[in-house]
Design a protein around this ligand. Structure first.
Ligand SMILES: Cc1cc2nc3c(=O)[nH]c(=O)nc-3n(C[C@H](O)[C@H](O)[C@H](O)COP(=O)(O)O)c2cc1C
Ligand code: SF4
Ligand code: SF4
Length: 279
């Protein structure tokens, strides 16, 4: 089978899922979305094409949206998507389906996997939300991982058999309106997250290397977030800094803890920017 799995990942959950699909689907090829995002034209070659990405603010991350708009899918006979998220209401797959429809294509199967949240975003202190630190504890993460493994087996069976696995369309007018508002608010947003590094920064440069948006530059051994470059809101810099020196002004501190998928390394995330040879 000729299968292409396109992925975007900030902190490794979606990359881990993409790698697990790759293992289970013989003949599949993993393609990082970031590595081809600036290409004028992006054309699939696979007969089966899949997208793996995280949910941000209930929908698809901006780079994934940009990628899908450019994508030419003539080769694709069967298309699937897998969204990873912390577990709140999301319309990511519905938006992918909508974008594909405009290209005359169907999203044949769509799945969501609940995994650890990579940021305290949306988990502001409040009833039931004060414990991001508990949610990223080892035991909780491995419990989520075993559920992910079971679900991945089922997902791969569906893909192998090229079965249809659609998500129910949202019919409740409240949610359809909410969905449209979210899309308007999040597409091409230029909101800045006020990241800064504190005095414990060692100047290692990992944040600059890892940033998929190329927003971070090192000056005098300190990271600077370029205001003219759009952030992807992936929280890779924040979570992968080895000394937890990256904080968000008036928001996130060292005590908030940090999360990235335990099987994914800095090098794995950095590689997203590298083109696969032969492409
Ligand atoms: C900016 C931002 C917004 C998020 N919004 C949501 C959300 O609306 N719903 C949800 O369930 N998870 C949300 N999450 C959690 C991520 O979707 C989740 O942790 C995902 O698995 C991260 O994938 P990655 O490790 O591949 O980057 C958000 C995370 C970030 C950084
Ligand atoms: S990753 Fe952390 S320690 Fe390294 S340069 Fe960036 S902020 Fe400093
Ligand atoms: S600045 Fe940080 S959050 Fe923004 S794209 Fe770069 S790594 Fe991701």
């Amino acid at each position: 089978m000729d299968i292409e799995i396109y992925y975007f990942s900030g902190t490794g959950n979606s990359l881990h899922v993409a790698k697990e699909l790759h293992k289970r689907l013989p003949g599949s090829k993993l393609i990082p979305i970031v590595s081809i995002l600036d290409d004028d034209v992006i054309t699939t070659k696979g007969e089966i094409v899949g997208f793996v990405f995280p949910i941000y603010l209930s929908t698809v991350p901006a780079p994934v949206e940009k990628f899908l708009k450019k994508l030419k899918l003539e080769s694709a006979k069967y298309i699937f998507s897998v969204a990873t998220r912390l577990g709140s209401f999301s319309v990511g797959n519905i938006n992918v389906s909508r974008m594909l429809k405009k290209k005359g294509k169907n999203l044949d199967s769509q799945f969501v996997l609940n995994m650890a949240s990579n940021s305290p975003t949306g988990l502001k202190p409040g009833k039931g939300n004060e414990d991001w630190v508990n949610q990223i504890k080892k035991e909780r993460v491995s419990q989520l991982e075993s559920e992910v493994q079971t679900n991945l087996d089922l997902i791969c069976k569906v893909i192998h058999a090229k079965e249809k696995y659609p998500q129910k369309a949202i019919t409740n007018p409240f949610f359809t309106t909410l969905e449209r508002v979210i899309c308007l608010l999040t597409s091409n947003t230029k909101t800045q997250i006020n990241f800064y590094s504190d005095s414990t920064c060692t100047g290692c440069g990992i944040c600059e290397q890892i940033c998929p948006a190329k927003k971070i530059r090192m000056y005098d051994k300190k990271p600077v977030w370029d205001k003219d470059v759009n952030c992807y809101y992936c929280y890779a810099c924040f979570n992968f800094c080895p000394s937890q020196s990256i904080l968000v002004k008036n928001k996130y501190t060292k005590k908030d803890g940090r999360y990235f998928h335990p099987d994914i390394t800095v090098a794995d995330i950095v590689r997203q920017k590298q083109k696969i040879s032969g492409d």
